[in-house]
Design a protein. Structure first.
Length: 82
């Protein structure tokens, strides 16, 4: 959770520096995506399984994990934006 706090702080600092709400809006979307993953057991299970294989010694397994992770993040973002 500290990572999200640091990202939020950075987004607010950029918003002030840029005089734009865009960094805050982007952070809110990422935060909402993370909440969507956490609240849905299907997504959180897939997310955990794929993260554990990202650095697998077999490059094919690692690459498939990266594709699956991208699919999980995309599905969560679509749900957030719906």
């Amino acid at each position: 959770m500290k990572e999200m706090q640091a990202e939020k702080d950075e987004a607010f600092a950029k918003a002030v520096e840029w005089q734009s709400l865009t960094p805050v809006q982007s952070w809110v979307l990422v935060w909402a995506r993370e909440i969507e993953i956490a609240r849905r057991s299907d997504l959180s299970t897939r997310y955990a399984d794929t993260k554990s294989n990202l650095e697998h010694e077999n490059p094919a397994i690692a690459q498939e994990a990266l594709r699956e992770l991208s699919a999980v993040l995309d599905e969560a973002m679509k749900a957030v934006r719906a």
